[in-house]
Design a protein around this ligand. Structure first.
Ligand code: SAM
Length: 323
């Protein structure tokens, strides 16, 4: 698909380039904010799985840059934004970057060090593994990423804080809802207008972090496993009870963003300049070192010889194996 036809097919992709966002995902966070007002009173934020950085840009533009412009602002008053990803990211003003794996305990320790003993008001996570197309597998890997994010949340989110994470809707959504309800008084699933209806992606918006009394972060996984079994759920207060039959959990689900605004599943005509042509813009900032970069380089070179073709095949196989 050419750039111009992608601009026509995906209005948010085009708008992202026009407004200087590195990815169309920026609109998802903005639309979640329109509905839930997630930035109110926020001074410390963690952006998990942040590359190429459009959510970090939103955090910078909504929190850091306005605070910096205040006449009496001092460095110590400025919001602290820490962004983490496996991939490196081009710099963004006011955003501290950490390259690391959110499933690794050391990553949480690095973030905690940046906060110097303080806690975060908000944690966002737009993490996604490379999608395999096998729905159950993709949903499972995505849920593992959310649990890794929740582990970090239990270490660094302040009581009363908020957590926003991408999920893949599927048969385990009720279980996830129930698990999150252990830690937050309000849990809502949201579908921003910029997220395609055809995609199983949605976002969970968790408000008012209130871990169970006496909760020890080391017990998180044991606690979550317990809720994953019907007998375990009986003695936990999962507010709505077990997940099947008459006690089935009904999950609050909200469409958000201006509902009269752009529809991400529609094609829109391209604006023409005076000479009747349309000029497609380049992406604002593509990922610096995406995992597929080496494979693409090898593909280009593959016409030059069989050795490169073998190397390309091996590289593709190992990317698939590690996905
Ligand atoms: N929110 C980003 C933005 O607005 O630009 C887009 C995030 S992109 C959809 C998903 C990101 O998750 C990728 O950059 C990927 O490297 C990252 N990711 C996946 N697994 C991860 C992990 N275990 N630790 C850290 N980052 C991870």
């Amino acid at each position: 698909m050419g750039k111009a036809s992608r601009d026509k097919r995906d209005i948010y992709y085009r708008k992202a380039k026009e407004e200087g966002w590195r990815a169309r995902s920026a609109f998802k966070l903005l639309q979640i904010d329109e509905e839930f007002n997630i930035f109110e009173g926020v001074k410390r934020v963690v952006d998990l799985c942040a590359a190429p950085g459009s959510w970090s840009q939103v955090l910078s533009r909504k929190l850091y840059l306005p605070a910096k412009l205040l006449p009496e602002s001092q460095d110590s008053d400025l919001p602290l934004i820490v962004a983490i990803d496996l991939q490196p990211m081009a710099p963004i003003e006011g955003v501290i970057q950490v390259q690391g794996d959110i499933t690794n305990a050391r990553t949480a320790e690095t973030v905690i060090r940046h906060f110097d003993g303080g806690k975060a008001d908000l944690v966002v996570c737009d993490g996604a593994p490379d999608v395999t197309g096998l729905h159950d597998m993709d949903e499972f890997v995505q849920s593992q990423l959310i649990l890794a994010a929740l582990t970090i949340v239990t270490h660094i989110l302040k009581v009363g804080g908020k957590f926003i994470a991408k999920i893949f809707r599927g048969k385990d959504t009720s279980l996830l809802y129930c698990q999150l309800k252990l830690f937050f008084t309000e849990v809502t699933f949201a579908k921003p207008k910029s997220s395609r209806n055809s995609s199983i992606e949605a976002f969970v918006v968790c408000e008012n972090y209130s871990p169970p009394e006496g909760f020890d972060e080391k017990d998180l996984h044991r606690l979550l496993e317990k809720i994953g079994s019907p007998s375990g759920a009986d003695d936990l207060d999962c507010s709505s009870g077990w997940l099947e039959g008459p006690n089935k959990v009904y999950i609050p689900f909200l469409a958000c963003g201006d509902l009269t605004g752009y529809d991400s599943d529609r094609s829109y005509p391209l604006p023409k300049s005076a000479d009747g042509s349309y000029q497609s813009l380049d992406p604002v900032q593509p990922p610096i070192a995406p995992p597929y970069k080496r494979a693409l380089e090898l593909k280009k070179a593959s016409s030059h010889g069989v050795r490169e073709q073998d190397e390309f095949k091996n590289s593709m196989q190992s990317s698939i194996a590690s996905a």
